[in-house]
Design a protein around this ligand. Structure first.
Ligand SMILES: C[S@@+](CC[C@H](N)C(=O)[O-])C[C@H]1O[C@@H](n2cnc3c(N)ncnc32)[C@H](O)[C@@H]1O
Length: 185
């Protein structure tokens, strides 16, 4: 199964028996994750991307699917707290660059860590953050290491983190982290 589908499966399973009202796609890209989230979320989704091509592609996919409860924001996810002032249930990060596009426009360690910190502040207890990292390119390798160090700072009393990768992983294999905010936090 593609690792993006593993992320979708983790989210679908987690919210099978609990409400998913508010969600964030921190990296809209071609809009696949935004459409996926919008299909599961009952009240509102916010989607961020720094590229207008990504925002347009996502807008078109949402329109084709008839999904209207999404606010797309052409800005970096490190600004998410300027746009969202309420708790949310689920936040997806699919880091890296837009496939078949300019590979220099990629997420980077500093802004991703800023965004992740904000994501942990916004997430409801019982909520979930999915975080897909791509160590197979230079910026992605630096970012993945920074993310792994940051994950080690999370308090295990409040967070459970699982990770998923290829069955026979190489150093370049994508890694999915799923962060569950425990209900007693
Ligand atoms: C791997 S793609 C995302 C794939 C997407 N979720 C999908 O379903 O198609 C990563 C995206 O992150 C975007 N990006 C880069 N830096 C960003 C930032 N600081 N904030 C938000 N998005 C960013 C890129 O423009 C790119 O579209």
């Amino acid at each position: 199964m593609a690792i993006t589908h593993v992320a979708h499966k983790a989210i679908r399973t987690h919210f099978q028996h609990r409400p998913l009202e508010y969600a964030v796609d921190a990296t809209c890209g071609n809009g696949h994750d935004t459409v996926f989230l919008a299909g599961l979320t009952s009240k509102r989704v916010w989607g961020f991307d720094v590229q207008s091509a990504a925002i347009k592609a996502t807008e078109a996919k949402l329109a084709a699917a008839g999904l209207e409860h999404v606010r797309l924001i052409h800005a970096g996810h490190e600004t998410m707290r300027q746009y969202i002032d309420q708790p949310v249930d689920c936040i997806m990060f699919n880091l890296g660059y837009l496939p078949r596009s300019d590979k220099t426009i990629t997420t980077d360690a500093d802004s991703s860590l800023l965004a992740l910190k904000q994501a942990t502040e916004l997430l409801n207890s019982g909520g979930l953050i999915s975080l897909l990292c791509y160590p197979g390119h230079d910026a992605g390798a630096i970012e993945t290491r920074a993310v792994q160090s940051w994950l080690n700072t999370l308090d295990p009393q409040h967070w459970q983190v699982t990770h998923h990768t290829a069955r026979e992983p190489k150093p370049s294999s994508p890694i999915l982290f799923v962060l569950y905010r425990l209900t007693n936090s």
